[in-house]
Write a new protein. Structure first.
Length: 254
């Protein structure tokens, strides 16, 4: 059965989607384009960026900018290039992230732990930081950071990922409160696993563990994530901020 797509009006708004060349980010970019937004994809993979633009261009105005979210100079350069091309940034959906290795803590690589935190948590901080001053100056903005159910509950053998995503939740709550005096909403979503390229970084044992914890007994569809996010970044979401929205198929207990 084909799901009906509700109409969300983002006409005239300019959106950035990090990690937008694939996975949840790509689905979000497509949904925002269908809703009338102009979209800039920020992704570290130039070939995937170009392919995504070619595939999405029939839906609306979409451009791609190379960006390493763990490097603030790269983020600043992408923000400046986007503002030059689109005029401003009204919406940020921060979807760039990695799963990292699966291992118990005593065997976990220190370098790998640092890499996961730098991309998932520092990347969230850097991308939010790069757009928030402009949003405050214009008194409008919508930010959604992609966290994870692992950030709420912790997944065994995924300490770096779980810790980094818990940090994304705390950061989102803090920034949302900082911006509450403006028409700026800063929220995050906590998905259960979706079958995307991120699965390539995980062991089959860990994938099966995640599925066993989801009461709906299936993985998240990326379009389901995009549907929730599209409303969160719309002007219609004018009150809710510093909040966490569940996408875990019933797994979350709070």
């Amino acid at each position: 059965m084909t799901k009906a797509e509700s109409k969300i009006d983002l006409s005239g708004l300019c959106a950035v989607v990090t990690g937008g060349a694939q996975g949840i980010g790509y689905a979000v970019a497509a949904r925002l384009l269908r809703s009338g937004a102009s979209v800039a994809l920020w992704d570290i993979n130039g070939d995937l960026n170009d392919k995504a633009v070619a595939q999405l261009s029939s839906l609306g105005s979409v451009q791609a900018f190379g960006c390493n979210v763990s490097d603030y100079a790269s983020v600043e350069a992408a923000a400046q290039a986007t503002e030059a091309a689109l005029g401003r940034i009204d919406i940020l959906v921060n979807s760039a992230g990695i799963a990292g290795a699966n291992a118990v803590v005593e065997d976990y690589s220190n370098d790998e732990f640092r890499r996961v935190v730098e991309i998932n948590l520092l990347g969230t901080y850097f991308t939010n930081k790069a757009v928030i001053a402009g949003m405050k100056a214009r008194n409008f903005g919508r930010i959604v950071n992609i966290a994870s159910i692992a950030g709420k509950e912790g997944n065994p053998n995924a300490s770096a990922y779980s810790a980094s995503k818990a940090g994304v939740i705390g950061f989102t709550k803090s920034l949302g409160k900082e911006c509450a005096g403006h028409d700026i909403a800063v929220n995050c979503v906590t998905p259960a696993a979706a079958r995307t390229a991120i699965f390539d970084q995980m062991t089959e044992e860990h994938i099966n563990y995640m599925l066993s914890k989801i009461p709906r007994n299936r993985f998240l569809e990326v379009d389901e994530a995009a549907a929730m996010i599209a409303w969160l970044v719309s002007p219609e979401n004018s009150f809710t901020t510093a909040s966490v929205f569940d996408l875990s198929g019933g797994r979350a207990t709070y």
